[in-house]
Design a protein around this ligand. Structure first.
Ligand code: SF4
Length: 755
């Protein structure tokens, strides 16, 4: 990594899959943007630009499915706003720098903070793309382990699910998912596959699967405050008041026990705590929760009966269920309902996937580490208890802004834009300029990274090889697909895993002068070998290269179809995977609780004390008045959090950043379709265009997540023209799901008046 000037992009390094009769070269690639993992054909022009992206119909996994976002990977690569060269802050602006200059500045800033304040003044914020990145996720440990604590988008997303899986199954990332291909009764709670595809549910065409359920005579019930696009593919929409899903599920469980509909099926010997469940749910009759949930008692009873008596059935809960004030209770109860009706770890129910490349995140089981504990430390300012190593993302602003020992002075962001994506985001926006050192690994000067002292560019989606890992843990089938990088990185550029390794080195007190990437990577790879029971001295000499590919070869070879370094002569290696550009498929999900459950007891912990301890809070809430408008968040097919708003073809058309409000509520608030409303919560106030629609249930309004691109200094020229408003200004930082610390961005009390 020298200081060579950056070369133009578009030096092809990927293999050509096909040359068409007109000379068009076709390369293949798996879209890295979401769990659908669609196989794509990239058609190249004479000048090596991507002229067209189409679905790759022979892809063994996606078989021709694609969404609009996948067609824009070429535009993302070519985006003139994308940061291609390291940037160093000079006063109010940035100057382009060589990589050597940028890393030298990082060392200077990091050393300054460590010398003056120590490691306690340092932290990182990790964004969602890390989970989809070829190298960022696998090398994150080299960087993030250097901080006392980190923050992540996980606490504005799936942290409740992580908590329940850690407690029930012994690993926070062993997340079961509905076997949508073989189920005949699917309940979708707080998920909207029409906008987001599968989330914690890897399946290329979820809506197609919902249609197929109906075609085979089954039912799809969507329980959601909004009649989303997914409802068009369902048999029933059940509106539910935000934040009350746990109460609904408790009532379902009440019916299941009261009407003799419970069975553990083949899991009877694998489940602990079953006897404790019936007494817990006895008080939650459907009649006791119908006023709060908005779901009639008769509907609750009918769904409970239909679900329990359908042999192949599953309840699926996703982000709307997690991002609410009882998110962990609700996430827990989703799994409980599946388990006690015999719809768990069986075909058509909730199941685990079997990744071909064994995920690193699955190695950390509580039968080895001990039962998960919570609140091992508290945040300095608010006193928020730690949960799975993190506190709510909204704490970061006050930890930066509040003087005292442990005040955060140094922040590293990796593929994250918390200035618009976390609650109380305007407070974070005010706090970021106070940092002594902010280093961003990112592709854009966005609303967050505009405050950085150094920006280190990440790779474009076409500059990196790709192979998903964790996503296959909740996939409908076991498959594996390798994608070459299409383009080489610019000369002299650092790949993302190298950036993480180097920043981790500097934060550990090392210097650029003595940074030895190969030695560091050998150490990391050796540690992984030992985790698999391998002797690194025997394995290391087999490789003539370092980096993520070596690690992936290891996890494939030690995975369920791997060659185990020669023990299984016909077993899989990365080289064999590369021989199959269409991917390799190893079949559908299979029952595997025996292999997956790694709790200290060896059983599924059905009723963890930690979760039960939150029931009194729910009881109290149930007894309170439930009136006034509440706000929920929403997603759109042509968007992905805040990432995709600088792609013109995705943001063009009518304004999607609107407040959707039910006609009755619009009349009461004095607003009309197309007018502007002022929306106010205890956290803040924004103005937004109004869209009146009965797709909202009465009493609930909706705003999209991830907008607000009008900030000075951000270099997002397209997004700025479609700026929208930042709905997270309305999210109070202290409004969280208590058990997980996850943000409750659904169910925020708001007032709506004409602007
Ligand atoms: S659904 Fe769209 S964003 Fe997701 S992987 Fe497929 S093409 Fe990419």
């Amino acid at each position: 990594m020298g200081s060579t000037p950056v070369a133009p992009p578009r030096r092809i390094v990927g293999r050509v899959h096909e040359v068409r009769h007109d000379g068009t070269r076709v390369h293949l690639r798996t879209c890295p943007l979401c769990e659908c993992m669609c196989g794509l054909e990239l058609h190249l022009d004479d000048d090596d630009t991507v002229s067209l992206i189409r679905p790759f119909r022979d892809d063994v996994w996606s078989q021709g499915y694609i969404c609009p976002k996948g067609t824009t990977l070429g535009r993302l690569h070519e985006d003139p706003d994308r940061v291609r060269t390291p940037l160093i802050r000079e006063g109010d602006t940035f100057r382009e720098a060589t990589w050597d200059e940028a890393f030298a500045r990082c060392e200077e800033l990091i050393d300054g903070v460590l010398d003056r304040y120590g490691a306690a003044a340092t932290t990182a914020f990790v964004g969602n793309p890390v989970g989809h990145s070829f190298s960022l996720g696998r090398y994150g440990a080299l960087l993030f382990s250097k901080f006392p604590h980190i923050y992540s988008s996980g606490t504005v997303d799936q942290w409740p699910k992580n908590v329940t899986c850690a407690l029930m199954y012994g690993n926070m990332w062993k997340i079961p998912t509905p076997d949508v291909r073989r189920t005949d009764y699917l309940v979708v709670m707080g998920g909207n596959p029409q906008a987001s595809g599968g989330s914690l549910l890897a399946c290329p065409d979820v809506l197609g699967e919902l249609d197929a359920i109906k075609e085979r005579g089954g039912q799809v019930v969507v329980i959601d405050p909004r009649r989303t696009g997914t409802v068009d593919h369902a048999t029933e929409w059940v509106p539910i008041r935000p934040g009350t899903d746990a109460a609904f599920l408790l009532a379902v469980l009440h019916v299941l026990f009261a009407d003799g509909l419970v069975t553990l099926g083949g899991l009877a010997d694998k489940v602990a705590g079953f006897d404790a469940l019936a007494p817990l749910v006895e008080e939650f009759t459907p009649e006791s929760v119908d006023a709060w949930t908005g779901v009639p008692a008769g509907t609750i009873r009918r769904i409970a009966h239909d679900f329990a008596t359908t042999p192949r059935a599953a309840v699926y809960g996703r982000i709307g269920l997690c991002n609410q004030e009882f998110g962990t209770l609700a996430s827990w109860l989703v799994d409980v309902v599946n388990i006690v009706t015999g719809h768990f770890d069986v075909e058509g129910g909730l199941m685990w996937g079997t990744p071909v490349s064994a995920p690193l995140a699955w190695m950390n089981n509580t039968d080895v580490t001990g039962p998960p504990t919570f609140g091992r430390w508290r945040s300095r300012v608010r006193g928020a208890p730690e949960v799975l190593g993190q506190v709510p993302a909204s704490c970061l602003a006050e930890e930066i802004a509040t003087p005292g020992d442990g005040q955060i002075r140094l922040l590293v962001t990796v593929a994250a834009n918390p200035a618009i994506s976390v609650p109380d985001s305007d407070r974070l926006e005010e706090a970021l300029p106070l940092l002594d050192c902010m280093i961003a690994v990112d592709n854009y000067v966005n609303e967050t990274t505009r405050f950085a002292h150094v920006i280190l560019p990440g790779v474009s989606p076409l500059e990196s090889p790709h192979l998903d890992e964790l996503m296959w843990g909740w996939a409908m089938r076991s498959a594996i697909k390798w994608s070459d990088a299409l383009y080489a990185l610019p000369d002299g550029a650092s790949d993302e895993w190298e950036i993480e390794a180097r920043l981790g080195w500097l934060l550990g007190g090392g210097s650029n002068a003595d940074f030895d990437l190969a030695a560091l990577d050998d150490g990391w790879f050796s540690a992984l070998c030992r985790m698999y029971g391998l002797d690194p001295a025997e394995i290391l000499p087999r490789y003539d290269h370092i980096g993520p590919e070596r690690m992936i070869d290891l996890t494939i070879r030690m995975g369920p179809w791997g060659d185990r370094y020669g023990e299984v002569p016909d077993g899989l290696t990365l080289a064999k995977v590369k021989e199959h550009p269409e991917g390799l498929d190893f079949g559908p999900m299979v029952p595997r609780a025996d292999a997956m459950v790694r709790t200290p007891s060896g059983k599924i912990e059905l009723v963890p004390d930690h979760l039960v301890s939150d029931l009194p809070r729910l009881r109290t809430r149930l007894a309170e008045p439930h009136d006034g408008l509440v706000l929920v968040s929403r997603r759109h097919l042509r968007s992905k959090n805040s990432w995709m708003h600088n792609v013109k073809v995705l943001v063009k058309g009518r304004d999607r950043c609107t407040l959707i409000i039910h006609p009755d509520d619009a009349v009461a608030a004095g607003v009309v379709d197309g007018s502007r409303a002022r929306v106010t919560s205890e956290a803040g106030s924004i103005e937004v265009p109004v869209e009146v629609s009965d797709e909202m249930m009465p009493g609930v309004v909706s705003l999209p997540h991830g907008w607000g691109h009008d900030r000075p200094g951000a270099r997002l020229s397209v997004a700025r023209e479609h700026a929208g408003v930042n709905s997270n200004i309305l999210a109070p930082g202290g409004f969280v799901d208590v058990l997980s610390g996850n943000a409750a961005v659904n169910g925020i009390p708001v007032e709506v008046v004409p602007a």
